[in-house]
Write a protein that binds this ligand. Structure first.
Ligand SMILES: [Zn+2]
Length: 344
């Protein structure tokens, strides 16, 4: 089959690789209906050291189950499923706690150990715990939004939950990428009264407004902090969703939280330490977050997607076949595209 293989920073190729097979009796194989390129795929795209064997990329997909191993009980051939970006057994103590990204038998797709989903098909370890069956074939118009439940929508929701968004709260979203935009949807869905997005790309800001953003802050650093304070009676916001992962974004996130507020961070950090320790301490700001257990959130978010109450699929502004994936990476890296969907 054909798959997306990254060999080093900027070197993304579409190649023929062996078809995925059932290896463990708990595996399934799915035929990929839609996959996509993630903002976090841009970190290796910018930094990856050369690898002889390369890495089959992609950790977000929806598709149809093609084959299941002998011990798979709940997933069957022909099921239309959502593949969360992490696989998990669904039975360990962390899965029971709803933190499947810490599953003791789990791991992540698109790594050197487990091949990714920017491909025609993908092997799913621990299929019963990992896959979420949507039912029969989904409506074509819903495909993009269903795909976001494999990562970005669940990740934006996680940021909002960790930042303790509840009805009537003021919220700021740092970052206007696909996750930040989904964070706006999540904040609105959870009843936030004021939603400030920090971003500067006109197309993304327009979408953020459609999703429920009430205020736009295009400044950076201290100027952004001043502006958010002005918009919140001088205090800052109750909840901050940090959806970037860079030091400056984290500093901004902590500086715009009001005393006693919370920062939910889901941007993959590019530093070893959390900046803003001193203001976070003196303002009693809670800082939390990490890889979103999107598997746990599908059940809650899916009905709103199916009913059309939320349309996170609108974050996709470009669709490519597998041959277009290398250019899709480039387009996202150049901020030409918000998020690229792949139809293998
Ligand atoms: Zn587990």
């Amino acid at each position: 089959m054909r798959a997306t293989v990254m060999y080093s920073a900027g070197d993304v190729r579409i190649e023929n690789v062996p078809d995925p097979q059932i290896i463990e009796p708990t595996d399934a194989v799915i035929r990929v209906a839609r996959a996509c390129v993630c903002g976090s795929d841009l970190w290796p795209y910018q930094k990856m050291e050369h690898s002889e064997t390369g890495r089959v990329m992609g950790h977000e997909a929806i598709g149809v189950v093609e084959d299941v191993g002998a011990d798979v009980r709940t997933i069957k051939r022909g099921d239309f499923v959502i593949m969360p970006f992490a696989f998990s057994d669904g039975t360990c103590t962390f899965c029971h706690d709803g933190l499947q990204t810490s599953c003791i038998h789990g791991g992540f797709f698109g790594t050197t150990e487990v091949a990714g989903a920017q491909a025609e098909a993908v092997r799913i370890p621990l299929a019963d715990g990992t896959l979420f069956p949507v039912g029969a074939h989904a409506d074509d118009a819903l495909m993009a939004s269903l795909l976001t439940l494999s990562d970005v929508m669940g990740t934006g929701h996680h940021a909002a939950i960790i930042a303790r968004v509840t009805p009537g709260k003021s919220v700021a979203v740092v970052g206007d990428g696909a996750v930040g935009l989904c964070g706006v949807i999540a904040a609105k869905r959870l009843g936030a009264e004021q939603i400030i997005i920090l971003g500067r790309h006109a197309d993304r800001i327009a979408l953020a407004k459609d999703f429920g953003a009430t205020d736009i802050v295009s400044e950076r650093g201290d100027a952004a902090m001043e502006r958010v304070r002005e918009l919140t009676g001088g205090y800052g916001v109750h909840s901050v969703l940090e959806c970037v992962g860079l030091e400056q974004a984290m500093n901004t996130a902590i500086s715009i939280a009001r005393p006693g507020g919370a920062v939910g961070r889901v941007g993959v950090p590019q530093e070893q330490t959390i900046p803003g320790s001193e203001p976070a301490f003196y303002n009693n700001v809670t800082v939390g977050g990490g890889p979103a257990p999107v598997r746990a959130y599908i059940e809650e978010l899916l009905p709103d997607v199916l009913a059309g109450n939320i349309e996170p699929g609108r974050v996709f502004d470009r669709t490519v076949g597998l041959d277009g994936v290398p250019d899709g990476y480039r387009a996202m890296n150049d901020r030409e595209a918000i998020k690229v969907m792949v139809t293998p």
